[in-house]
Design a protein around this ligand. Structure first.
Ligand code: ZN
Length: 336
């Protein structure tokens, strides 16, 4: 199986000063996550690493109206360690056509103060999206049946209006948009947190089926999205499916939710499947609250394999660096 790795190193490594406080350095989304995954996959010759290509900026720009804001704000910073947060978050009812004259007004484009902009954020987030695009291109050319894109930062909380939740550009949505001229696409999000950005991108687009299995948002991030009654709007009603599950969900319950989604994907009959794969569903994840074990990911991968659809896996969350690599490896082995 092809593994697409990013072409640049990870200089986006915030310490999340607003979320964690100035003295706290227990950052969960660290570059060590990528190292954990690479170590597990490099030890197995069934995985074949390939460096991501660069794509024209328009592939990212057309989906993300805030891409200039992220780039220009980064360029205005003076060193690689600096973290920038907007200080104004105009809510609904504000005049959103007003030009954003100051980086401080950037709350118009982001949901929270846990997604800082750093000098290299644009570059690193763009490379993450290009990792997914490279994988999508291999599928489109018919060279590969299953490709894994080792994306970081994650993308599934970044939407068509706002970025947030550690995510800047939506890697899976960018890949879906790229594949769409070739046929219908299904995007399934298996991160512990609902894929709100991905859902919003395709909420009114009937040629993309989106689904997410996640912890019930009534007591988990992202709180305002991810409920079972969100089914798409307008002509796309019926093309979104959410499976909010309770805390402490274990494999049996989880697999039943995967089966329900697989049935819906079969009925939708897409040309491509994209899996936004987070592993913060693991029992030992420091952020998540599900009970999945490292070996459980093999059978979850096998469930998706039964669809026999060309599949791109985009890395999302998963924060236990001791077992993340093996969780990813098991999932991919199940898909093989
Ligand atoms: Zn997550």
């Amino acid at each position: 199986m092809k593994v697409i790795e990013k072409y640049n190193d990870s200089l986006h490594n915030p310490y999340w000063k607003y979320q964690l406080g100035p003295e706290t350095y227990e950052v969960k989304d660290t570059p060590l996550r990528v190292e954990s995954i690479k170590k597990a996959l490099r030890s197995d010759e069934r995985f074949d690493f390939q460096v991501a290509k660069q794509f024209p900026e328009r592939f990212i720009a057309r989906l993300h109206p805030y891409h200039d804001y992220i780039r220009n704000t980064g360029l205005s910073l003076h060193n690689d360690d600096e973290e920038f947060y907007p200080d104004l978050f105009p809510g609904e009812g504000a005049n959103l056509t007003k030009k954003v004259d100051s980086p401080l007004w950037g709350g118009i484009w982001c949901t929270d103060a846990v997604t800082p902009i750093m000098r290299k954020t644009y570059e690193v987030a763009r490379a993450s999206a290009e990792t997914a695009l490279t994988g999508a291109e291999l599928l489109r050319e018919g060279q590969e049946k299953t490709v894994y894109a080792l994306c970081r930062p994650s993308g599934h909380h970044a939407g068509p209006r706002v970025f947030g939740g550690y995510c800047y550009f939506n890697n899976a949505a960018t890949a879906a948009e790229y594949l769409l001229p070739e046929g219908r696409v299904a995007v399934v999000d298996i991160d512990y947190h609902h894929g709100n950005g991905t859902q919003e991108f395709f909420n009114e687009i009937k040629s993309v089926f989106t689904a997410s299995i996640h912890c019930d948002p009534s007591n988990e991030y992202p709180y305002f999205w991810g409920y079972a009654d969100e089914k798409g709007t307008g002509q796309a009603v019926g093309t979104n499916h959410n499976e909010p599950l309770p805390k402490d969900t274990s494999l049996e319950q989880y697999s039943a939710a995967v089966d329900r989604i697989i049935e819906k994907i079969r009925a939708f009959n897409p040309a491509y499947l994209i899996i936004a794969a987070g592993f913060d569903t693991h029992i030992d994840d420091p952020i998540g609250g599900f009970q999945l074990l490292t070996e459980d990911y093999i059978s979850i991968g096998q469930q998706f394999k039964s669809l026999e659809i060309p599949t791109l896996v985009c890395q999302e969350g998963g924060y236990n660096v001791d077992n993340l690599g093996n969780c990813v490896k098991n999932f991919l082995l199940g898909l093989m």
